[in-house]
Design a protein around this ligand. Structure first.
Ligand code: SF4
Length: 119
């Protein structure tokens, strides 16, 4: 089976043509990448797609009412919506420093969510 992907590793956005096994869906080959990172991206997209999560949580006692947060590393793509929903239930108290852990092991992924700025 042929799948078309856009590599998101840099602004060039190479269009990748990925060949997978018709039965198992296993990765076979990729064409269209201008560098090795495109091949790695295609392999990861087929086997275990991941994305960084950015969101906001409520904060009390700061000049702003929302604190931007980011996952410390990429989450499984299938867990992103669930993770963003989980952020809605979180309220923290100021002061918060950039890099402080806001949520540990978000939705069972083993990934922590941290403050993206100080407030
Ligand atoms: S394959 Fe390489 S050059 Fe093309 S978008 Fe991905 S990182 Fe950029």
């Amino acid at each position: 089976m042929e799948r078309r992907l856009i590599c998101i590793n840099c602004p060039r956005g190479c269009e990748l043509i990925v060949e997978t096994d018709d039965t198992s869906g296993a990765f076979i080959s990729v064409e269209g990448s201008a560098c090795i990172r495109g091949s790695s991206f295609a392999l990861a997209e087929i086997n275990r797609p991941e994305r960084m999560m950015t969101s906001v949580v409520s904060i009390k006692g700061a000049k702003n009412c929302m604190l931007p947060v980011i996952s410390r590393r990429p989450l499984p793509k299938a867990k992103i919506v669930e993770a963003v929903r989980a952020m809605r239930a979180i309220t923290v108290d100021a002061p918060v420093h950039e890099g402080d852990i806001i949520a540990r092991d978000i939705v069972g992924t083993g990934v922590d969510v941290i403050a993206a700025r100080s407030l």
